[in-house]
Design a binder for this molecule. Sequence first.
Ligand code: SAH
Length: 366
Amino acid sequence: MSDSRLEARLAERIRAEGPISLAAFMAVALHDPQDGYYARRAPIGAAGDFVTAPEISQIFGELIGVWSALVWQRMGRPDPVILAELGPGRGTLMVDLLRAAAALPEFRSALRLHLVEASPVLRAVQRDRLAEARPVWVEQVADLPPGPLLLIANEFLDALPIRQFVRTGAQWAERQIGLDAAGRLAFVSGAESPAAGLLLPESVRRSAAAGVVAEICPAALALAASLGRRFAETPGAALFIDYGRSASAPGESLRALLRHRLVPVLAAPGCADLSADVDFAAFLNAARESGAAGFGPVPQARFLAALGAEARLAALAERATLAQRTALETGLRRLVDPAQMGALYQTVALLPLGTSAPPGFEDGTS
Ligand code: SAH
């Protein structure tokens, strides 16, 4: 792990410039063009560092296809409509979504696929697997063309850089990345700053005791705000699925995963995946403040059940061999079992103000 070329480059930068913010560290560790995690690796799957819902069960992407089709119908069946996915990974969710969408040919033919993907390695996989749908890649949501939009993002928000603050008596100080006596990367405390405290949600500021760490994700809040502004003017819907907390609360969640195991956060920059819990309350607030309606969070289990997960399983099982049936059942259980991914993962939806709750979000907001 200590052979990380990026670790040496980061140490050199810190020696020259002084400590850097955690967000700057994460941006480099994940996206450095030469040595960043997403620049070099194929992270997802048994041979990678983590496994995601669409890789576990085809039913996941299919039901998101059903969700998209239902929302499109409620939008008044716009044609064309932009279908955008943020961080499509291996393209599996989109393959399954498009197969389900084909059941409604007018919907399928209205879709114009746009992908927001930072990783050249994953872009190449997506190009192979989604060639038929002729995707267009863009750098960020702001680069999507105007017009009606359906946007999907599974496990995207957790990969965005975060900032951490430590409560120091009456104030807060930003946690930074510096060097220890041996010249290795280490967390250091920045200067105390009242401004740092102001960035945190009110409830976090009030509840934290000395020494407690609190996290914010400015990139996720900026994304929510930009979608909020878009939906204040243009029809659309955005669905986010991720793990995180329903209410803003202090606590440290940043983690590094290397081949399905947790490793220390600073131990393997560029080699380990880095992610943090999503603060869904802050995300929804940012969208609402800029003019959108926000729904959820709804636990993944409830969302998938509302969209007909069991009926889809039964339909697939009818045509399956015994071994395939067992795999389908095990896969879906993993997604909905509260002890596995069913409660840990949550869904939120953003739509124009005044829209009624979309499918899966009808019975309450939490
Ligand atoms: N949605 C996929 C992959 C999740 S992993 C799945 O469910 O399997 C996170 C994805 O987001 C990867 O495709 C990664 O390359 C992409 N990603 C991470 N940060 C990004 C950023 N800032 N801009 C664009 N894509 C990003």
